[in-house]
Each structure stands twice: as structure tokens, then as C-alpha cells.
Design a protein around this ligand. Structure first.
Ligand SMILES: [Zn+2]
Length: 107
């Protein structure tokens, strides 16, 4: 039996595959007319913070000072303490820090 068929062990290959199929949304949104307040809880599983791109441009601000980080493809992680402009179609991800992350998102 190869590692891929293994259902019982917690070997990385199986675990990573199961995590990659997990599309649980890691945040909750409060929607207002022109903006969203998006909260990522402090216990967000890191595998849910996937690389992705969005279908529209957006501006993102952190509501509170935070050590969560933001990363564009091919760039180093950056702080989220000033305005971030995320152009549509550009790969990015959030990197987990401590406490809840609350973002203000303008589309
Ligand atoms: Zn995004």
C-alpha cells in the first residue's frame, strides 16, 4: 500500500491532500453598502488561508494594529498596517498572526 492510499496514518501527504480539499471559508463578513468588515478568528486553521486571487480590485485596511501579514505572489510578506491595494487577478494570501484579524475591505 502506498502512502497515498493510507487512510489511518497522519502522514503529511494524506494530511496535505485533505487540507487542500478543505474549502471552508475561514472568515465572517459584516456587509455595509460600500464596505465589508471581515473577521478571521485567532484560531483560524492555517491551511484555510489559501493563495487565491479576487475578481475585482479592492482596498484593504486592518481595523486594529495586527501582526497578521499579507503576501503577494513573488514578494515578501508585508505588514497590514497601512492601506493595501489588491488588483484583481493577482495572487495573494493572508499569513496568520496572533489574536483576531479584522479587515475593512472596499470593493
Ligand atoms: Zn483576496
Amino acid at each position: 500500500m502506498s502512502c497515498k492510499d493510507c487512510k489511518d496514518c497522519e502522514c503529511n501527504e494524506v494530511k496535505k491532500f485533505i487540507e487542500s480539499m478543505d474549502n471552508t471559508i475561514p472568515y465572517t463578513d459584516e456587509t455595509f453598502s460600500d464596505k465589508i468588515i471581515r473577521t478571521f478568528p485567532h484560531d483560524t486553521p492555517e491551511h484555510l488561508l489559501k493563495w487565491h486571487w479576487d475578481e475585482e480590485d479592492r482596498d484593504v485596511y486592518a481595523v486594529n494594529k495586527t501582526d497578521w501579514k499579507f503576501q503577494f505572489d513573488d514578494q515578501l510578506p508585508q505588514q497590514i498596517n497601512s492601506k493595501l491595494h489588491i488588483p484583481k487577478g493577482v495572487y495573494h494570501r493572508i499569513i496568520k498572526g496572533t489574536g483576531d484579524l479584522r479587515l475593512l475591505i472596499y470593493k
